[in-house]
Each structure stands twice: as C-alpha cells, then as structure tokens.
Write a protein that binds this ligand. Sequence first.
Ligand SMILES: Cc1cc2nc3c(=O)[nH]c(=O)nc-3n(C[C@H](O)[C@H](O)[C@H](O)COP(=O)(O)O)c2cc1C
Length: 236
Amino acid sequence: MNEPLDAIFQRRAVKLFEPVEISEGLREQILNAARFAPSSFNSQPYKFYWVRSPAKKVTVAKLCLGQKPAETASALVVAVADLGSLSATTQAQLEWMRRSNFSEENIRDYELNAKIGRILFMPGPFGMFAAIKRVLFWLLSLRKVLGMPPLSRQDLFKWATKSTSLACQNLMIAAEALGMNTCPMEGFDGRRLSRYLGLSGRRHEIVMVIAIGKKSCTHNEPPQWRRPLDATVTVL
Ligand SMILES: Cc1cc2nc3c(=O)[nH]c(=O)nc-3n(C[C@H](O)[C@H](O)[C@H](O)COP(=O)(O)O)c2cc1C
C-alpha cells in the first residue's frame, strides 16, 4: 500500500481524544492540505475557523451538542461554505496571474469567464434573476445539451458545500497521514454557532465541524462497515 491509501483506509471517526497540543507547524500542514483540494472554478468558496483556545473550544463544543469528540478534541475546525469570498478570490487570482506573467490573452479569458460566472451565479434581489435564468436555461435546454448553473441562494450554498466538503476530506486525510485523528460532525446548532462566529446568513453556511486530536487509548473503536462495492458502483 502507499501512504495516501494507508491514511484513507486507516481514518476513522474518533469519538474520544487525548489532550495533546497541536503545533503551529502541524496545524499549517493540515490546513494547507485542505486548501489544495479541487474546487469548482478554483473558487475555493470556503473558510475554516480553527478553534484552539480552551475557553472558545468549550463554547463551540457546547454548540456541537456537547458531543464527546467535540468536548475532548485538541481543536475544532468549523468548515464554512462562503459565498462572500467569491469576488475577492477572483481579484486575488487575477493579481496572481499578472504577477506570474500570464499572457494578456489568458488574463482576458479569465476576466471574461469570471464576469460570465458572476452573472450566472447572481440570484439578484428576492431571487428574481434566478427565476428569469431558470426559464431562460430551460428554454435553451430544449435545443442544446446544457448544464444548469446554481440559481437560487440555496443552489449556491449547495454548490459551495461540494467544494467545502472536498477540502474537509483533504483535511481529515492529511491529519491522519500526520499522525492525528478526526471526527466530522454535523450535529451542531448552526444558528447559534454562526452567531458565535459572527457569520452572515446570506453569505455563510456551516458545512461541518471537524474534531481533531489524538485518539484516546481508551477509545473503543467499533468494527468498520461499508456497503459492498457492487451496491455502490455501477460499471457501464
Ligand atoms: C457529514 C458527516 C456528519 C457526521 N456527523 C457526526 C456527528 O455529528 N457526530 C459523530 O459522532 N459522528 C459524525 N459523523 C461520523 C460518522 O458517524 C462516521 O463517519 C460513520 O459512522 C462511519 O464511520 P468511520 O468514519 O469510522 O468509518 C459524521 C460523518 C459525516 C461524513
């Protein structure tokens, strides 16, 4: 076996952690692995809050319904789908392209695609543009093979959640490869946790909270069950 596969097959959702310190270097490696995940249009529509201060961890663990992995973790990572970062990300990538001497043609193409993306993705006031775009795309799809872009705000959060989840998986596999353990959690009070972190309901949605630490030696690991391959795969 090779190392990435070892980490993938060894990873378990750990429910009880030892109190260990996570060094700044280790934290950076884990978070870097997260941000190198693929994302739709390379838009990286997420934010991570790494909660390590003991007092803040206690509060966030309470908002994770007092679950044991949250209470015993060395750090809690709140993964947030972030629609508010999109135009800043486009600007940052443009600046990077200019600094890296991309051709004018490449830069123009990127700018044009970003503009089209902005128009396609904008739900507009009261979701008005979404309704217009839905009809337009439906009419076009009668004549053309067409993918439907995310139209409503809810669609946009679903779109951003896909990329956020991939980053979360990278984070968990990296943590495992670096000798740490994790537990992804969707058991949390989203409204209160968002308020605690100062998030905006229009732009942010918490996707999951990841407890991270070192598995306790008293942690009782249940056997791991998965559906058989032929129940999850259709080979065409
Ligand atoms: C999106 C998501 C949400 C989860 N939420 C919780 C949770 O709130 N609490 C918990 O203890 N485990 C949670 N888990 C962990 C799963 O229960 C666990 O991954 C599953 O039982 C399989 O076990 P394994 O990861 O050890 O193979 C969650 C996993 C995922 C992917």
